[in-house]
Design a protein around this ligand. Structure first.
Ligand code: G3P
Length: 217
C-alpha cells in the first residue's frame, strides 16, 4: 500500500519525506487555506520535496471551469494529480482529462455507486472518506471493501485511495482490505511509529550497554 501524507503544511511534508516512507501528497482546499500561502507557490514547494503524485484540488463546480483549472494545475508539474469533486460535472471533466492523459483524484466519495461511476469515467484515483462516514455511524471501511470488490470484479484500474483517516487502526484496516493508497495526516503517521514496548525495550538496551565495557569502535 502506498502512503501519502494528507497535508498542505510544507514542514510536515518535509519531515514525512525525510522518514523515507512517503509515496505522495494529498491536499484539499481546507488544508491549503489553513496555510495562508499562495496556492501556486505552495505547490511549487511541495513538488520540490516529494517525487510522487501530489493531489491539488479544483474549486470550480462546472465542467468547463473544472477543465480550465485542471489544465492549469497539470501544467505546474508532471506529478500533479487534479483532485475533482464527485459530482456529475466533475465526472464529465474526468472523462475529458483521462483522454488528455491528465491524472485525476476523484474526491468526496461516500458510496459504491459513486466509485463505480468514477471508474467508468476513467478516474486515476477515487477517494472514499472513511472518517466522515464513521462520524455519522456508517462503517467507512465497509465502503473501501465494497469498492475494491467491485473494481476487482471488472478489472477497473482506478486506484482506491483511503482518505479521511482518523487513527492508526484505519490505516491497518485499509491495508488489510487491500486499498492501493492510504492518505494519512502527519500526526497519525507519527503515531504509527510508536509502541510502548519499543520505547521501554530500547531504554533497557541502552542502560545495559552503559554497564558494558565492550565498544564497537
Ligand atoms: O483530503 C481529504 C480527506 O482526507 C479529509 O479528511 O479528516 O477532513 O475528513 P477529514
Amino acid at each position: 500500500m502506498k502512503i501519502f501524507i494528507d497535508s498542505a503544511n510544507i514542514h510536515e511534508i518535509r519531515e514525512a519525506a525525510s522518514m523515507g516512507i512517503l509515496d505522495g501528497v494529498t491536499t484539499n482546499p481546507s488544508l491549503v487555506a489553513k496555510e495562508g500561502k499562495n496556492f501556486r507557490q505552495l505547490l511549487d514547494e511541495i513538488v520540490q520535496v516529494v517525487d510522487g503524485p501530489i493531489s491539488a484540488e479544483v474549486v470550480s463546480i462546472d465542467k468547463d471551469g473544472i477543465l480550465r483549472e485542471a489544465r492549469e494545475l497539470a501544467k505546474i508539474h508532471e506529478n500533479i494529480v487534479v483532485k475533482i469533486p464527485l459530482i456529475k460535472e466533475g465526472l464529465k471533466a474526468v472523462r475529458v482529462l483521462s483522454e488528455e492523459g491528465i491524472n485525476t483524484n476523484v474526491t468526496l466519495c461516500f458510496s459504491p455507486t459513486q466509485a463505480l461511476l468514477t471508474a467508468k469515467a476513467g478516474g486515476t484515483y477515487v477517494s472514499p472518506f472513511i472518517g466522515r462516514l464513521d462520524d455519522i455511524s456508517i462503517d467507512g471501511m465497509e465502503l473501501i471493501r465494497q469498492i475494491i470488490g467491485i473494481y476487482q470484479n471488472y478489472g477497473y484500474t482506478t486506484q482506491v485511495l483511503a482518505a479521511s483517516i482518523r487513527h492508526p487502526l484505519h490505516v491497518v484496516q485499509a491495508a488489510l482490505a487491500g486499498a492501493d493508497v492510504c492518505t494519512i495526516p502527519f500526526k497519525i503517521i507519527d503515531q504509527m511509529f510508536q509502541h510502548p514496548l519499543t520505547a521501554s525495550g530500547l531504554e533497557t538496551f541502552l542502560n545495559d550497554w552503559k554497564k558494558n565495557e565492550s565498544k564497537l569502535v
